[in-house]
Design a protein around this ligand. Structure first.
Ligand code: SDX
Length: 382
């Protein structure tokens, strides 16, 4: 029986399918280039701030100084969590996975949002501001509570990176650490139609809402083939006893077709420009802390992978050196992916708002390979 899909192409994984147009990120996988609204990621990492990058992604242009100040004020006014949210956070089991906590608590924001049933562009944007501004408090608050510590109140005189570290550690962060987190937030903010962004778009395309889109995205990011890789990179580094074990470890993985976490990419076949930047970060932090072991271990793994599979286009991705950077900054390993989500709220919201403005329900087909004309057999005859 001819199936509707006989006239269409099958593209499992959507490697070769363009689902629409976007002005947010440009990625050249062959050259290893990433631009946000046309500006190279390296320029943004060197000169911009996370808040300025969010404005860029949401408005398709850089802000004036007055616009940036106003946007920062809008975000800072939303840093805090309500008593309801704090009570919900305190009720979560201490051994819960922080990515499940982030997904659950971002979803919980919808329950008390006055705009919840307003699906205008302005309302969806306000929801995005709240989720972006409050995710740091969700992550830091849960980590404090699970450690048996008091929740630290937000500081609206600080930018998002510094306020996050303040709420997490209960002390003012050093300038280098605050800037390191700020740059990591810039580097992770957007990346075209990756799996979690696609999930957000599919959700808003049904005329659902921003919180539902972000919840879909957070759940998708968690997977080890996607944002969850950074935590697995750290566990991998810790499992390798020393430099001498790198070669046998990598060769065993490659021989047994086991994926090395933090390497490879669906789009990049050259080095991920974010990995290039994060590698310099990891090295600088290693120098400053005097603890080079993790960095040397990482570069040794990269050397072996470059020799064995570099020609196949398998290089470090954003998750490989972000692991060492976050660990050196004192973050708990299971907070690595939540910090990725804290940043990617910006890109998820940018694409959700873009889809909202020029929407069409996203509904692909699949090649039906089952039977036709099967009979219904009564249960007492099966
Ligand atoms: C992110 O899409 C995005 O933009 C995502 C992201 C973003 O900012 O949103 O960039 C963030 O998710 C980065 C990726 C993090 N994931 C990991 O580090 C997990 C390890 N990586 C792999 O699972 C893999 O590279 C993927 C999932 C990232 C991409 O896989 P593809 O495109 O489906 O490629 P594939 O699995 O078909 O592999 C092609 C070949 C295979 O060898 P052959 O069968 O052809 O001989 O490359 C090999 C694979 O075995 N390969 C690897 C490898 N990745 C691919 N071999 C060893 N180790 C790896 N990591």
């Amino acid at each position: 029986m001819p199936d509707a899909t006989t006239t269409m192409h099958l593209d499992k994984g959507l490697d070769n399918t363009v689902i629409g147009e976007s002005t947010k990120s440009f990625i050249d996988g062959q050259q290893g280039v990433l631009e946000y609204v046309g500006i190279d990621i390296d320029d943004l990492a060197r000169h911009s701030t996370f808040e300025e990058v969010v404005f860029l992604l949401w408005n398709d242009r850089l802000p004036t100084s007055e616009e940036l100040a106003a946007f920062e004020s809008e975000l800072r006014a939303e840093y805090g969590l309500s008593d309801y949210m704090l009570q919900a956070l305190a009720a979560i089991p201490a051994d819960a996975s922080p990515m499940h906590v982030v997904r659950t608590m971002v979803s919980t924001l919808a329950l008390e949002d006055p705009d919840c049933n307003d699906q205008s562009y302005e309302s969806e944007r306000r929801k995005a501001v709240r989720a972006l501004a409050k995710t740091p408090a969700i992550i830091a608050g849960f980590d404090r509570i699970r450690r048996g510590l008091e929740v630290v109140e937000e500081r609206s005189d600080l930018n998002m990176a510094s306020n996050f570290l303040w709420m997490l550690n209960g002390e003012m962060p050093g300038e280098a650490s605050a800037r390191a987190i700020d740059v990591c937030l810039i580097l992770h903010a957007d990346h075209g139609i990756n799996a979690s962004t696609f999930a957000a778009m599919v959700t808003i395309a049904t005329q659902s809402d921003m919180y539902s889109s972000l919840t879909s995205a957070i759940g998708t990011l968690r997977g080890p083939l996607h944002g969850g890789a950074n935590e697995r990179v750290m566990h991998m580094l810790q499992s390798i006893g020393g430099i001498d074990e790198v070669e046998p470890f990598v060769m065993d993985c490659l021989t047994n077709k086991k994926k090395i976490m933090g390497f490879g990419h669906r789009v990049y076949k050259a080095l991920d420009p974010r990995a290039k930047y994060l590698k310099t970060f990891a090295e600088r932090i290693a120098e400053e802390t005097g603890n080079r072991d993790l960095f040397v271990l990482s570069t040794t793994i990269q050397d072996v992978m470059d020799r064995e599979v570099g020609a196949k286009g398998i290089h470090p991705n954003v998750d490989f050196y972000s692991a060492t950077t976050y660990f050196s900054l004192g973050l708990a390993i299971d907070l690595f992916t939540p910090v990725f989500a804290m940043s990617r709220n910006a890109g998820w919201a940018a694409h959700t708002l873009e889809q909202h403005q020029d929407n069409r329900l996203i509904r692909p087909r699949c090649q039906y390979t089952g039977e036709h004309g099967a009979s219904y057999v009564p249960i007492d005859q099966r």
